[in-house]
Write a protein of this length. Sequence first.
Length: 137
Amino acid sequence: MPDADRPLDRGLGRGPGRILVAVYAVLALAATGRSIMQIALYFSRAPLAYTLSALAALIYIVATVALARGTRTSARVAWASISIELVGVLVVGALSYVLPELFPDKTVWSHFGSGYGFVPLVLPVLGLWWLARHRRS
């Protein structure tokens, strides 16, 4: 088995990591459903916001799978996707306050994820912490 595909000694999705994977999976499902509905029904009202919402959903799916797989390669994919997620929620969250006309409806990252109980703001911080902790062990 190539080293990159070998499971890490303690899988990212094991123990407390299972909770993280589960939260990512629920958020991926919620964001995907919401973005599909918004794009299908209201796309002309806020194309940037709804496209970013779909991108967020895709990032949540990638992060969920990467964390669940727990290989060395998937750990790198998780680092990248969760880092992009953190930047996305911070940038979109700030823009949704500064340029509210671009975000007439709530999306997963608008207002720092307030429509999702700020889970989109906290989750990437926890994800990166988990990855860093796992890297050291």
